[in-house]
Design a protein around this ligand. Structure first.
Ligand code: ADP
Ligand code: MG
Length: 250
């Protein structure tokens, strides 16, 4: 579904992504691991259109999408979440979900809120969808809570929920488990699995918790120093000499 070809992203003389090539198969939950500073988030930023690459290409279903802006990729069903959650703190959880722009109509949500009858139907649909998403994520009880009051883990769940407000095809999750307790991490893992199995979402997941990655992801891609070091099943990959060395920082 996604092919990254010899991608480079330099910051001045620093090669954050340094010739990375990889593929993410349709229907997979692909893990992306590697030491801090390996270039994982930068790779996501380039794939998701937040940063132009220095060179190289990104293909989606065979089409060159290199450098397309995030909203164009969004229309194609490519979504991402951030290492640091991007919620609207003073809005409720449900309102946060509803802030995702409707994919089909050109209407902005502001129009949907303040506009005419026809548009009010759109709002009703968004509301229903938001409630469905909350139910799916088992956080209906947080519906009217201000997003700023959520725990770190709940914010991660909310971010995942925002990707469910549209018909996403592929979702990139950056450090989905960072600062999340075990129970909530399991909830996130379950939600990812169900979205994958029931709705056909493809995922690429950056996460440091190897237990989580091992249970959830196949294959796992390992990055170090801007390059792809290895790819394979989680259990095998952690026995790979080069991977062990990268983690030991030699
Ligand atoms: P990871 O997500 O694997 O921890 P990042 O992609 O965030 O790694 O960062 C890779 C390297 O690129 C790091 O050394 C980081 O300091 C550097 N880097 C990331 N973004 C920028 C930027 N905007 N300007 C300069 N250096 C950056
Ligand atoms: Mg990162």
């Amino acid at each position: 579904m996604i092919t990254v070809e010899n991608l480079h992203r330099h910051f001045g003389g620093f090669h954050a992504v340094d010739g990375a090539s990889l593929t993410i198969a349709e229907g997979s939950i692909t893990g992306l691991i590697g030491p801090n500073g390996a270039g994982k988030s930068t790779l996501f930023n380039v794939i998701a259109g937040r940063l132009p690459p220095t060179s190289g290409r990104v293909l989606m279903d065979g089409e060159d999408v290199t450098g397309l802006p995030p909203h164009e990729l969004f229309k194609k069903g490519l979504l991402r979440t951030f290492q640091i959650a991007h919620e609207f703190p003073s809005m409720t959880v449900r309102e946060n979900l509803m802030m995702v722009p409707p994919a089909q109509s050109g209407e902005t949500l502001w129009n949907a809120w303040f506009g005419r009858r026809a548009i009010r139907d759109e709002e009703a649909k968004l509301l229903a969808r938001a409630d469905e998403v909350l139910d799916f994520l088992t956080i209906s009880h947080l519906r009217d809570e201000k997003a700023g009051n959520l725990s770190g883990g709940q914010k991660k769940l909310l971010e995942l929920g925002r990707t469910m407000m549209v018909d996403a095809k592929i979702v990139f999750l950056d450090e989905v488990g960072a600062g999340v307790n075990r129970t909530l991490l399991n909830t996130i893992g379950d939600a990812i699995t169900r979205l994958n199995k029931e709705r056909g979402y493809t995922f690429c997941v950056i996460e440091h918790d190897m237990d989580f990655i091992g249970k959830l992801c196949d294959p796992v891609i390992v990055m170090a120093e801007g390059k792809v070091l290895a790819e394979g099943e989680a259990a095998h990959i952690m026995e790979n000499e080069a991977v062990i060395e990268a983690y030991l920082g030699t």
